[in-house]
Design a protein around this ligand. Structure first.
Ligand SMILES: C[S@@+](CC[C@H](N)C(=O)[O-])C[C@H]1O[C@@H](n2cnc3c(N)ncnc32)[C@H](O)[C@@H]1O
Length: 348
């Protein structure tokens, strides 16, 4: 057999494949820097040279040189006159204790999601999650493991705080007075929305081991008068709490299969007064299922993370909403990493 090297195109190279293949180098560099405490050290010191950083992190000269040059190249550090400092991005989001600390998500991804994605082929073959034992646990959300609880929900708060700002910009809440955030976690949306629309009051519905954290966070933020937490189970409870004129489902429907999604929307419809609105915030897949990449890949993440979840298309959400009795379905684009659209509908 002869192998022919055919020049089919002079411009096509394997460079995009090399970039895809080595994408994990970037993530692993970030994760190591976070977990070694590089950004905490530099925040404390202001600036430092290689030897000072090596001493603080307990690293030898060759490894620290590789770590520092890579972090500069990735935009995480700035280097001037042989001294390093955190870039604005790292100083704002990667220093523990900052209001929007993102390192929890990095660590969660490194310790929890990354090993599960290592078993992606298994998930693809078996149609089963790999981040948790679906034989032993009913859903991924019943865990009381403190590391997962703290890391996952802190990460959700950080990501969703920015989606909440984007939603407040894109959708006018002036006409609404009471928001129910179904599966609202530790409350990033109520915090962002009620700050932007001070007349708004909100309730977060979530499982009791989460609402405990929600209440504490509202106390810490001085918002317990504005945001209440309600212990509930949106799957098991026959109905959602009444008394709200807008219901939010952010990153909820992508956790479940279509039947559960339809049932949940029916419960939202029943809980709203006539004229009330439901808002679905998600990374929505294009109707032709060709992207965008964050939505498509989040759908694959749902394979790894959930039993039946997926990032659905606008056409699917629209169909479920109309089936539940909603009208005036429309999609409002969102400029956020956590959601590319808010799909809004009204109970007639
Ligand atoms: C992916 S997180 C989304 C959190 C939040 N909505 C956001 O966008 O930041 C899913 C949330 O649904 C909650 N959840 C899952 N199953 C639930 C159930 N049966 N009843 C109430 N909440 C549930 C989880 O505890 C978690 O807070």
């Amino acid at each position: 057999m002869t192998i022919e090297l055919v020049e089919e195109s002079s411009t096509l190279t394997p460079a995009p494949l090399l970039e895809l293949t080595t994408g994990f180098w970037r993530f692993k560099t970030l994760a190591a820097a976070v977990e070694l405490g590089l950004f905490a050290t530099l925040s404390r010191r202001g600036t430092a040279d290689t030897a000072e950083i090596a001493a603080d992190l307990g690293l030898l000269p060759r490894p620290v040189r590789g770590l520092l040059s890579s972090c500069v190249a990735l935009g995480l550090l700035d280097r001037r006159d042989g001294r390093y400092r955190n870039s604005e991005l790292a100083e704002r989001f990667l220093v523990p204790g900052r209001p929007h600390y993102f390192g929890g998500f990095v660590e969660y991804s490194d310790k929890h999601a990354y090993p599960a994605w290592h078993r992606l082929q298994e998930a693809l073959r078996d149609d089963r999650p790999t981040t948790w034992d679906s034989g032993a646990q009913a859903t991924p959300f019943v865990t009381t493991d403190p590391a997962i609880l703290a890391g996952f929900w802190e990460a959700m708060f950080t990501i969703s705080a920015f989606t909440a700002d984007a939603l407040a910009d894109a959708y006018d809440f002036t006409a609404h007075t009471r928001l129910l955030d179904v599966g609202g976690g530790t409350g990033p949306f109520p915090v962002g929305l009620c700050r932007r629309y001070p007349h708004l009051r909100a309730t977060v519905l979530d499982l009791p081991h989460i609402t405990r954290m929600t209440r504490q966070r509202m106390v810490d933020l001085g918002m317990s008068d504005v945001v209440a937490a309600h212990d509930g189970d949106f799957l098991a409870d026959p109905e959602l709490p009444a008394g709200h004129d807008v219901i939010l489902l952010s990153m909820i429907l992508h956790d479940w299969g279509p039947d559960t999604g339809r049932e949940l929307l029916a419960k939202c419809h029943a809980a709203l007064p006539p004229g009330g609105a439901v808002i679905i915030c998600e990374l929505v897949l294009d109707d032709d299922e060709s992207g965008p990449a964050p939505a498509a890949l989040m759908g694959l993440n749902m394979l790894v993370e959930t039993r039946a979840g997926f990032n659905y298309t606008y056409a699917e959400y629209r169909d479920w909403l109309l089936g539940a009795g909603f009208v005036d379905v429309r999609s409002v684009p969102l400029a956020a990493a956590g959601a590319n659209a808010a799909i809004v509908a009204r109970r007639p």
